[in-house]
Design a protein around this ligand. Sequence first.
Ligand code: PNS
Length: 157
Amino acid sequence: MNIAVYPGSFDPITNGHLDIITRAAKIYDKLIVAVLVNVDKKCLFTIEERVNLIKKVTKDLKNVEVLGFDGLLVDFAKIHNSKVILKGLRTVADFEYEFQMSLMNSKLNPDIETVFMMTSSAYSYVSSSAVKQVARFGGSIEGLVPEELIAEIKSKF
Ligand code: PNS
């Protein structure tokens, strides 16, 4: 079984993330969305909230599982029998950081490959931090995040 791990903070999940998840679910037998428990930056949503928001919007994708993780990503991938870390790339601005992380991960475990998927152009400007900033100041986040999460995100501010 070909299993991929798609990691991130997902604070909150955006349409850009969901685009990658939907497309990857068609390629891999199983896709594990791995939500980072301890991020250096302070998260708006708790780990339980972030996991539940993702579960809500991926409920129809039967081969997608959503789990929290702590520690090294390569260890999480190994425990879950995955040899693939899947990352979305929006623009060249993402490249440097992602390239560095993929090299570090391959040093930590050379058996695990990082695979990059280009984000659809419609979402190349969307990020969780931009969504939070727009929501904080009362701007419209329609089209940036899944429709059913809009009220929940707005209620945080
Ligand atoms: O959505 P984000 O915040 O860009 O996701 C970053 C994430 C979770 C992919 C990254 O911070 C991560 O992999 N953290 C786990 C710790 C780890 O394995 N570090 C070694 C690689 S640099």
